[in-house]
Design a protein around this ligand. Structure first.
Ligand SMILES: *Cc1c(COP(=O)(O)O)cnc(C)c1O
Length: 332
């Protein structure tokens, strides 16, 4: 895969670690061996997956001479926090549109990512009700800023367009190189599926690199059918951008929607169990909205015997731990 034809900022030096998780493996019965790829340790304030996508999205913004970034997300959005953080680093203004998906939950004084928006000096926050067309809200904001002489650039929710997904195609390549160097044969990758750029980029990159490790997404929102369709379309678009010759089939995209619970960002008992288990066996902090629910899916699938005995499973840890501090009551 050739990434050199795309504008790219270099926010990441080297590779995020791939680690064996011996105590968690044992705690879950030892039938499958668990490994983690630590994208929670990526640079950018407090880490997490969006930095890989932003290397490409912000480079595109700079190429277009933008001086301002507008993006959107949920009220405790890691994506908004990291977009703001890299905008600060690049001397770009950053404005956020936050969608209050669960009515009455936005609190200006809340901890977690919300606190970090303030600390990082966000230019403006506009909170809109759940179900609002956030793209239209970003475009409206852009009009206002243009009238003030600014040159804004819009980054979609989760930086999940084909430009952002390049970051996870690059992560697939990084992962394949690491596994070859470690001589580690992974049978299955499991990751969260939200705005879909992570899942789609990894699938495109795996097919582009001809390694063919099956990938399972655990939904943090939406139904299986909706999410698989979204991941598939974005994976195909990303593969086309990269001139990948291998074919992505609909069957390459697998999502489970059993671990969403009552909805996006709403805590579940199995998420709380998973966050505690990772913390107390491996000292690894997950988050309540993404990696916690994904780990809950992983744990349940292992307990149900979904993976053949002896399988090596790689969990992609996408970060998000700052959100823990906005959900402390769920863990007490
Ligand atoms: C955004 C996010 C995800 C989901 O990634 P998508 O590319 O949106 O599917 C997973 N984990 C964390 C911590 C995130 O912030």
């Amino acid at each position: 895969m050739n990434f050199t034809k795309f504008p790219r900022r270099q926010y990441i030096q080297g590779q995020t670690p791939i680690e064996f998780l011996p105590s968690l493996t044992k705690a879950l019965g030892g039938d499958v061996n668990l490994y983690v790829k630590r994208d929670d340790l990526l640079p950018g304030s407090a880490g997490g997956n969006k930095t890989r996508k932003l290397e490409f999205c912000i480079a595109d913004a700079l190429k277009k001479n933008a001086d301002t970034i507008i993006t959107c997300g949920a009220i405790q959005s890691n994506h908004c926090r990291l977009t703001l953080s890299w905008s600060v680093k690049e001397n770009l203004d950053c404005h956020l549109i936050l969608e209050e998906r669960v009515a009455g939950t936005y609190n200006k004084e809340a901890s977690g990512n919300n606190f970090l928006y303030q600390l990082l000096g966000v230019k403006s926050i506009e909170v809109v009700p759940g179900g609002t067309d956030t793209t239209a809200a970003m475009e409206k904001k852009a009009q206002t800023l243009k009238a003030e002489g600014k040159n804004p650039y819009l980054i979609p929710i989760g930086a999940s367009n084909a430009i952002g997904a390049l970051g996870y195609a690059a992560c697939a390549e990084e992962t394949m190189n690491q596994l070859n160097n470690m001589h580690l044969d992974i049978d299955h990758i499991i990751l969260p599926s939200g705005s879909a750029g992570t899942h789609a980029g990894m699938v495109a990159g795996m097919i582009g690199g001809n390694m063919g490790i099956p990938i399972t997404g655990i939904n943090v929102s939406q139904s299986k059918e909706e999410k698989e369709e979204k991941v598939y379309n974005l994976a195909v678009e990303t593969a086309e951008k990269l001139d990948i010759k291998g074919n992505i089939t609909r069957e390459d995209i697998v999502c489970f929607d059993e671990y969403v619970g009552d909805g996006y960002s709403i805590p579940t008992d199995s998420m709380v169990e998973a966050v505690k288990l990772f913390a107390r066996t491996e000292g690894i902090l997950l988050d309540p909205v993404y990696s916690g629910k994904t780990a809950a899916g992983l744990i349940d699938l292992i307990r149900k015997g979904h993976f053949p005995k002896g399988s090596n499973i790689l969990f992609l840890h996408t970060g998000g731990s700052p959100a823990l501090y906005a959900y402390m009551d769920s863990f007490r």
